[in-house]
Design a protein around this ligand. Sequence first.
Ligand SMILES: *Cc1c(COP(=O)(O)O)cnc(C)c1O
Length: 224
Amino acid sequence: MDIKTNLTQVLKSFKNPECKLIAVSKTKPIEDLREAYAAGIRDFGENKVQEIQAKQPQMPADTRWHMIGHLQSNKVKYIAPFVHLIHGVDSFKLLKEIDKQGKKINRVIPVLLQIHIAEEETKFGFDQTELEEMLISEEFLQLTHVQIKGLMGMATFTENESQIRKEFNGLKQLFESLKSKALPAFVQLEELSMGMSGDYQIAQEEGSTMVRIGSAIFGARNYN
Ligand SMILES: *Cc1c(COP(=O)(O)O)cnc(C)c1O
Protein backbone atom coordinates (compact mmCIF):
# COMPACT_ATOMS: atom_id res chain seq x y z
CA MET A 1 0.00 0.00 0.00
CA ASP A 2 1.16 3.52 -0.64
CA ILE A 3 1.87 6.17 1.96
CA LYS A 4 -1.19 8.27 1.24
CA THR A 5 -3.49 5.26 1.59
CA ASN A 6 -1.80 4.24 4.84
CA LEU A 7 -2.17 7.78 6.15
CA THR A 8 -5.86 7.86 5.36
CA GLN A 9 -6.32 4.52 7.15
CA VAL A 10 -4.39 5.66 10.20
CA LEU A 11 -6.28 8.95 10.49
CA LYS A 12 -9.61 7.18 10.03
CA SER A 13 -8.80 4.85 12.90
CA PHE A 14 -8.00 7.65 15.37
CA LYS A 15 -9.94 7.46 18.63
CA ASN A 16 -9.47 11.20 18.99
CA PRO A 17 -9.56 13.23 15.77
CA GLU A 18 -7.96 16.20 17.56
CA CYS A 19 -4.81 14.23 18.34
CA LYS A 20 -1.74 15.43 16.43
CA LEU A 21 0.09 13.03 14.16
CA ILE A 22 3.87 12.96 13.95
CA ALA A 23 4.94 10.86 10.96
CA VAL A 24 8.04 8.98 12.05
CA SER A 25 10.24 8.85 8.98
CA LYS A 26 13.48 7.48 10.46
CA THR A 27 15.45 5.27 8.05
CA LYS A 28 13.11 6.24 5.19
CA PRO A 29 14.32 7.97 2.01
CA ILE A 30 13.43 11.59 1.32
CA GLU A 31 11.00 10.53 -1.46
CA ASP A 32 8.83 8.92 1.22
CA LEU A 33 8.81 12.11 3.27
CA ARG A 34 7.85 14.10 0.18
CA GLU A 35 5.00 11.72 -0.48
CA ALA A 36 3.71 12.17 3.06
CA TYR A 37 4.18 15.94 2.73
CA ALA A 38 2.13 15.94 -0.48
CA ALA A 39 -0.59 14.06 1.41
CA GLY A 40 -0.71 16.89 3.96
CA ILE A 41 1.78 15.87 6.65
CA ARG A 42 3.91 18.68 8.10
CA ASP A 43 5.21 17.03 11.28
CA PHE A 44 8.03 14.53 10.88
CA GLY A 45 9.81 12.56 13.58
CA GLU A 46 13.41 11.39 13.41
CA ASN A 47 15.63 9.82 16.05
CA LYS A 48 19.14 10.34 14.70
CA VAL A 49 20.84 13.73 14.65
CA GLN A 50 22.77 13.00 11.48
CA GLU A 51 19.66 11.89 9.65
CA ILE A 52 17.45 14.80 10.70
CA GLN A 53 20.26 17.19 9.74
CA ALA A 54 20.61 15.60 6.31
CA LYS A 55 16.88 15.58 5.59
CA GLN A 56 15.97 19.03 6.90
CA PRO A 57 17.39 21.09 3.98
CA GLN A 58 15.75 18.75 1.47
CA MET A 59 12.21 19.41 2.66
CA PRO A 60 10.01 22.51 2.35
CA ALA A 61 10.60 25.25 4.92
CA ASP A 62 7.28 24.73 6.68
CA THR A 63 8.16 21.16 7.64
CA ARG A 64 8.19 20.73 11.42
CA TRP A 65 10.99 18.52 12.71
CA HIS A 66 10.50 16.47 15.84
CA MET A 67 13.48 14.83 17.53
CA ILE A 68 11.92 11.77 19.10
CA GLY A 69 14.74 9.46 20.19
CA HIS A 70 17.42 9.52 22.82
CA LEU A 71 19.54 12.63 22.26
CA GLN A 72 23.16 12.93 23.33
CA SER A 73 24.07 16.25 24.93
CA ASN A 74 27.03 16.82 22.63
CA LYS A 75 24.76 16.73 19.57
CA VAL A 76 22.14 19.25 20.68
CA LYS A 77 23.93 22.09 18.90
CA TYR A 78 23.33 20.54 15.47
CA ILE A 79 19.55 20.58 15.73
CA ALA A 80 19.03 23.60 18.01
CA PRO A 81 18.52 26.10 15.14
CA PHE A 82 15.63 24.31 13.44
CA VAL A 83 14.07 21.61 15.63
CA HIS A 84 10.36 22.17 16.29
CA LEU A 85 10.08 19.96 19.37
CA ILE A 86 12.49 17.67 21.22
CA HIS A 87 10.40 14.81 22.64
CA GLY A 88 13.07 12.78 24.39
CA VAL A 89 14.49 15.02 27.10
CA ASP A 90 15.37 12.33 29.61
CA SER A 91 17.77 14.05 32.01
CA PHE A 92 18.39 17.40 33.68
CA LYS A 93 21.84 17.40 32.10
CA LEU A 94 20.33 17.25 28.62
CA LEU A 95 17.76 19.93 29.44
CA LYS A 96 20.55 22.26 30.64
CA GLU A 97 22.52 21.64 27.46
CA ILE A 98 19.47 22.50 25.32
CA ASP A 99 19.05 25.69 27.34
CA LYS A 100 22.72 26.54 26.80
CA GLN A 101 22.53 25.98 23.05
CA GLY A 102 19.29 27.96 22.85
CA LYS A 103 20.98 30.85 24.62
CA LYS A 104 23.86 30.81 22.14
CA ILE A 105 21.55 31.26 19.16
CA ASN A 106 18.93 33.31 20.99
CA ARG A 107 16.17 30.77 20.47
CA VAL A 108 13.78 29.32 23.03
CA ILE A 109 13.62 25.60 22.25
CA PRO A 110 10.37 23.68 22.85
CA VAL A 111 10.79 20.32 24.56
CA LEU A 112 8.92 17.47 26.19
CA LEU A 113 10.20 15.64 29.24
CA GLN A 114 10.42 11.91 28.68
CA ILE A 115 9.10 9.89 31.59
CA HIS A 116 10.07 6.28 32.16
CA ILE A 117 6.81 4.34 32.24
CA ALA A 118 7.77 0.97 30.75
CA GLU A 119 8.88 -2.14 32.54
CA GLU A 120 12.00 -2.43 30.43
CA GLU A 121 15.06 -0.91 32.03
CA THR A 122 16.46 -0.20 28.59
CA LYS A 123 13.99 2.57 27.87
CA PHE A 124 14.99 6.12 28.73
CA GLY A 125 13.29 8.76 30.83
CA PHE A 126 12.95 10.46 34.19
CA ASP A 127 11.51 8.53 37.06
CA GLN A 128 9.08 10.39 39.28
CA THR A 129 11.56 11.23 42.05
CA GLU A 130 14.14 12.54 39.62
CA LEU A 131 11.51 14.70 37.99
CA GLU A 132 10.25 16.15 41.26
CA GLU A 133 13.78 16.93 42.42
CA MET A 134 14.54 18.77 39.22
CA LEU A 135 11.33 20.80 39.29
CA ILE A 136 12.06 22.23 42.74
CA SER A 137 15.77 22.89 42.21
CA GLU A 138 17.27 26.38 42.00
CA GLU A 139 19.07 25.50 38.80
CA PHE A 140 15.81 24.61 37.14
CA LEU A 141 14.32 28.04 37.87
CA GLN A 142 17.27 29.64 36.13
CA LEU A 143 16.59 28.11 32.73
CA THR A 144 15.79 30.76 30.13
CA HIS A 145 15.92 29.18 26.67
CA VAL A 146 13.75 26.10 26.92
CA GLN A 147 10.01 25.83 26.93
CA ILE A 148 8.64 22.66 28.47
CA LYS A 149 5.48 21.88 26.53
CA GLY A 150 4.55 18.56 28.04
CA LEU A 151 5.51 14.96 28.63
CA MET A 152 6.42 11.97 26.49
CA GLY A 153 6.47 8.28 27.26
CA MET A 154 6.85 4.87 25.66
CA ALA A 155 4.93 1.88 26.92
CA THR A 156 6.42 -1.57 27.35
CA PHE A 157 6.74 -3.56 24.13
CA THR A 158 4.15 -6.22 24.88
CA GLU A 159 0.97 -7.80 23.57
CA ASN A 160 -0.61 -7.19 26.95
CA GLU A 161 -3.08 -4.41 26.25
CA SER A 162 -4.06 -3.81 29.85
CA GLN A 163 -0.44 -3.27 30.82
CA ILE A 164 0.05 -0.74 28.02
CA ARG A 165 -3.14 1.02 29.06
CA LYS A 166 -2.05 1.09 32.68
CA GLU A 167 1.29 2.66 31.75
CA PHE A 168 -0.29 5.34 29.55
CA ASN A 169 -2.86 6.03 32.20
CA GLY A 170 -0.11 6.50 34.77
CA LEU A 171 1.57 9.05 32.53
CA LYS A 172 -1.70 10.90 32.04
CA GLN A 173 -2.19 11.03 35.83
CA LEU A 174 1.28 12.46 36.27
CA PHE A 175 0.60 15.00 33.51
CA GLU A 176 -2.58 16.16 35.24
CA SER A 177 -0.99 16.31 38.67
CA LEU A 178 1.91 18.41 37.34
CA LYS A 179 -0.51 20.76 35.61
CA SER A 180 -2.13 21.53 38.94
CA LYS A 181 1.22 22.50 40.50
CA ALA A 182 2.74 25.96 40.63
CA LEU A 183 5.50 25.83 38.03
CA PRO A 184 7.65 28.51 36.36
CA ALA A 185 6.26 30.28 33.29
CA PHE A 186 8.47 28.33 30.89
CA VAL A 187 6.59 25.16 31.83
CA GLN A 188 3.36 25.02 29.88
CA LEU A 189 2.01 21.52 29.92
CA GLU A 190 -0.12 21.15 26.81
CA GLU A 191 1.14 18.07 25.03
CA LEU A 192 1.19 14.44 26.00
CA SER A 193 3.21 12.54 23.41
CA MET A 194 2.35 8.86 23.69
CA GLY A 195 1.41 6.15 21.22
CA MET A 196 3.14 4.50 18.25
CA SER A 197 1.96 2.23 15.41
CA GLY A 198 1.13 -0.64 17.76
CA ASP A 199 -0.58 1.25 20.55
CA TYR A 200 -1.79 4.67 19.38
CA GLN A 201 -5.47 3.88 19.82
CA ILE A 202 -4.95 2.88 23.44
CA ALA A 203 -2.81 5.99 23.95
CA GLN A 204 -5.54 8.20 22.52
CA GLU A 205 -8.14 6.62 24.77
CA GLU A 206 -5.85 7.39 27.69
CA GLY A 207 -5.45 11.07 26.79
CA SER A 208 -2.62 11.36 24.26
CA THR A 209 -2.47 14.66 22.35
CA MET A 210 0.33 13.58 20.00
CA VAL A 211 1.05 10.18 18.49
CA ARG A 212 4.34 9.23 16.82
CA ILE A 213 3.58 6.79 14.03
CA GLY A 214 6.16 5.27 11.71
CA SER A 215 5.66 1.79 10.30
CA ALA A 216 1.86 2.06 9.96
CA ILE A 217 2.46 4.95 7.53
CA PHE A 218 5.77 4.19 5.82
CA GLY A 219 5.89 0.41 6.14
CA ALA A 220 8.36 -1.74 8.06
CA ARG A 221 11.83 -0.34 8.54
CA ASN A 222 14.97 -1.97 7.22
CA TYR A 223 17.96 -1.21 9.43
CA ASN A 224 20.60 -2.70 7.13
C1 LIG B 1 10.53 4.62 15.95
C2 LIG B 1 9.79 5.37 16.98
C3 LIG B 1 8.41 5.55 16.88
C4 LIG B 1 7.56 4.97 15.77
O1 LIG B 1 7.50 3.59 15.84
P1 LIG B 1 6.45 2.75 14.95
O2 LIG B 1 6.23 1.52 15.76
O3 LIG B 1 7.12 2.47 13.66
O4 LIG B 1 5.24 3.56 14.80
C5 LIG B 1 7.79 6.30 17.86
N1 LIG B 1 8.48 6.85 18.88
C6 LIG B 1 9.81 6.69 19.01
C7 LIG B 1 10.50 7.31 20.16
C8 LIG B 1 10.51 5.94 18.07
O5 LIG B 1 11.83 5.79 18.23
